[in-house]
Design a protein around this ligand. Structure first.
Ligand code: AMP
Ligand code: MG
Length: 328
């Protein structure tokens, strides 16, 4: 079976193509806001503008035509409504036009599933830390669903880094620039560390960091301190989830997984708990169509396709809303 998956939850429009065994194509393009943050309508316009060329690129890379596709999958949620709707509309159209089944995929589940596929991890063995521009969550499978062990109560870790960077005059996306500057920081500044139970809060840390920067602290020290505090919060919650669940594997994924300092901190706790650590490589860790295609295939093996009236987008869908139909 060949599945084509579309990602369009936020800044990235991606088209991935997978077979039962491998990723055949993973074409994508990310919207970069001219200034400020991501405006949902502008990002959606970007997706419409580039959809045709991304489709072409993916089909060429896979050496297939659209008629070779057996299944269509799209990101159904969570995400920005106008962006999600572009993928859903194209998905519905192709499914009807080609008379092939349509599946809606939860974006967060797709991040975990592509990691499990890459490293051949069992469903019950994995604790995942998923850190991106839109999401921050620690989850593991238990009794039919991915359960959330901890999550942000306000903004995501990627958003924290990007907005701080923007306020400090750095271009988007800020995460990689913050990482680079942090390497030159030496002075750990006092910033709010907010973990409540198993959940985290980053909005106060963002405000405090912007204020401290405006007070005249060096950008290098700010980036260093921001990373140390924000990543320590993630590490604390991940470690507690690991101690509680005793999972043998920890999977790090999402765009922020590219950060070497975060990787090092999470790697350290896995060693202390005798768990294996794996990080998804960045081409498949950031938002992409291949993860949607792969997860679409998992749905297709065990479930009926979506009827048209079930294919509405779900901007607020949670990872724990979904019943998992596969068991390996
Ligand atoms: P995603 O939403 O999964 O596509 O990830 C995008 C987010 O990853 C943005 O917030 C980026 O700033 C962030 N990001 C990318 N590379 C890095 C890095 N090296 N360090 C920290 N954040 C990063
Ligand atoms: Mg994502």
């Amino acid at each position: 079976m060949i599945c084509l998956g579309m990602e369009s939850t936020a800044h990235t429009f991606g088209v991935g193509i997978v077979s039962d065994k491998e990723v055949l194509a993973n074409a994508k393009r990310a919207f970069v806001p001219p200034k400020g943050g991501i405006h949902p309508r502008e990002a959606a316009e970007h997706h419409v503008k580039y959809a045709e060329s991304i489709f072409k690129e993916a089909l060429e890379a896979a050496k297939l035509t659209i008629n070779d596709i057996d299944i269509i999958a799209f990101s159904q949620g969570p995400g920005l409504g106008p962006c999600l709707r572009i993928g859903a509309i194209i998905g519905r159209y192709l499914s009807q036009r080609l008379n092939i089944p349509l599946y809606g995929v939860n974006h967060c589940i797709a991040h975990v599933e592509i990691g499990r596929f890459l490293f051949d991890l069992k469903l019950a063995d994995v604790l995942t830390l998923y850190v991106s521009g839109g999401n921050t969550l620690i989850c593991a499978y238990d009794q039919g669903r991915y359960r959330v062990f901890g999550e942000t109560m306000d903004i995501s870790i990627g958003n924290l880094l990007d907005v701080f960077a923007r306020e400090a005059g750095l271009p988007h996306p800020g995460g990689p620039k913050v990482e680079k500057l942090a390497k030159k920081g030496t002075n750990l500044l006092d910033l709010p560390y907010i973990v409540k139970g198993m959940d985290l809060s980053y909005s106060g840390l963002l405000t405090a960091s912007v204020n401290k920067f405006k007070e005249g602290n060096s950008l290098e020290d700010m980036c260093f301190s921001l990373q140390e505090v924000a990543f320590s919060m993630l590490t604390e919650v991940t470690e507690r989830a690991l101690a509680h669940t005793e999972k043998p594997q920890v999977l790090l994924t999402g765009g922020v997984a590219a950060n070497k300092r975060l990787e090092q901190m999470i790697h350290n706790i896995t060693e202390e708990h005798n768990a294996k650590f794996v990080a998804v490589p960045s081409s498949l860790a950031g938002d992409n169509g291949a993860m949607i295609a792969w997860t679409g295939l998992l749905h297709a093996r065990n479930e009926q396709p979506l009827a048209l009236n079930e294919s509405l987008v779900k901007p607020n869908q949670r990872i724990d809303d979904i019943t998992i139909s596969w068991d390996v």
